[in-house]
Design a protein around this ligand. Structure first.
Ligand code: HEC
Length: 125
């Protein structure tokens, strides 16, 4: 009788430990933010760096976007006229009216911004 109690306590104790270890790995709500495209649309990355001009809905309907005449990402004709490579290059190197992001963001981040965020504005419709 006494033995099983101790065993039970041991098992319970180790489950508790595993739980603590797992939640530590997950980062939890207080962990560092890691913007990842794909988990939401538009991604946190897009909202942070691009929405100011391009808008959360991708239409470019923001004060700054209108002033600079930012591209409307929901325009399907424009979307099909450009391939991913061209858009990735544009975001990396910038253009006359758009700042370059090649130094601020990694290649992977820019790629996912184009493939999930920018392309996502038409897929969603
Ligand atoms: C300061 C405002 C501004 C910000 C911030 C900005 N853009 Fe732009 N973007 C523009 C303007 C203006 C254009 C249209 C003019 C042009 O193509 O040069 C444009 C055009 C584009 C195009 C279309 C290029 C084409 O071939 O027509 C893509 C794709 C794009 N932006 C992606 C992004 C992404 C991704 C981000 C965030 C990392 C971003 N932009 C941030 C202003 C901005």
């Amino acid at each position: 009788m006494k033995k099983t109690r101790i065993l039970g306590a041991l098992v319970f104790g180790s489950i508790g430990l595993v739980g603590v270890a797992l939640s530590g790995v997950g980062g939890g709500p207080s962990g560092p933010p890691s913007p990842q495209a794909g988990d939401q649309h538009p991604s946190a990355l897009f909202i942070e760096y691009c929405a100011k001009c391009h808008g959360r809905d991708g239409t470019g309907n923001t004060p700054q976007g209108k002033q600079l005449m930012a591209r409307d990402f929901t325009d399907t004709e424009w979307q099909s006229s450009k391939n991913d490579e061209q858009l990735i290059k544009q975001v990396t190197k910038g253009s006359e009216d758009m700042p370059p992001f090649g130094k601020k963001l990694t290649k992977e981040q820019i790629e996912s911004l184009i493939k999930s965020d920018v392309r996502g504005f038409i897929k969603k419709k």
